[in-house]
Write a protein that binds this ligand. Sequence first.
Ligand SMILES: [Zn+2]
Ligand SMILES: [Zn+2]
Length: 375
Amino acid sequence: MVVDKQLTTTREERGEAIAKLSNQIQRVDDCIYTVKSQSGNGEYCVTKVDGEWVCQCPDNTFRHVKCKHIFAVEISVLLRAQAVVRKITPLENLTQCIYCGSSNITKDGVRKNKSVMLQIFECHDCHKYFTFNVGFEHMKHNPQAITSAMQLYFSGESLRNTMESLKLLGVEVSHQTVYNWIRKYISLMKDYAEKIIPNVSDTWRADELYVKIAGNTKYLFAMMDDETRFWIAQEVAESKDKHDTRKLLEMSKQLTGKKPKTFITDGLQSYHDAYKKEFWTLKNPRTEHVRHITLRGDHNNNKMERMNGEVRDREKTMRGLKINETPILQGYQLFHNYIRPHEGLDGKTPAEACGITIEGQNKWKTLIQNASKKK
Ligand SMILES: [Zn+2]
Ligand SMILES: [Zn+2]
């Protein structure tokens, strides 16, 4: 006898399965979600009416049962709520033995290994000694030196000034070493940060900045959240007018799990083409595209212009360096989102404005440790 697999699972289990797949559920706002049909083309709109979820599918509309789409949306809402109060803590605060997981541990002196000073812990259950150096294993220099270098560099210091400042801390390294640290850790942090969903607002702004790196002219396309200043996505292109911005919009949807209600850009045609493909839908509520002709000193474009200034400062210090721009521009995005307090956000970082808190004195270190943590 052949048993239809669909019949052996409950609607709740099927809902869970949908919620676990990527790109099946789209959040429009707190009360409106769309869920892709699992049997064919199209999607169902799941809306909250008087505190109850209602779905357009036959199961819910005609048979009045709680359908798999509603189960999927409920799980998605839950996951989102967890993401909203996300706290990322330093690993030193996770006071558990790295071998047996016991919290019965105490500090037991420090060990100095070249320039690296590590606190040793003793576990009173499995009687092993260990250190927390997650993310910085096999590095000749300590986390303080490495993260200081990144802080100095992304604050706008040149590689040379960064090296000079490190010398005062007793750390002598070449500019190649500093660049290698940046490349290694930015790539690690980027992969980690992309899994954290920021709670961005419904108004997004895309723009492109002209950057000149190692003598080459490039365009940095960026998607920013208007309210929290969170820099959602970036893409580097060879040309401004010929560049297809669709990937930028697609990445932004993926990284936030939503579409904006208002999308503001300059008059570049590519944004409108990409908007039609990625943001526009037949159904309401639709994303509105506001094409904004940029005028010098235009009040409405201030937010983008400020970032423009920040990246240009960065460019000055990169002049003459034969380097690949990718880790630097990604590093700038991470610094902007997670490290640098923003005046316009009452001293909060854009990530904090999106509900993501990085704890500890040294946010670079907290991020690197968590990005390196084995699951
Ligand atoms: Zn349904
Ligand atoms: Zn132990």
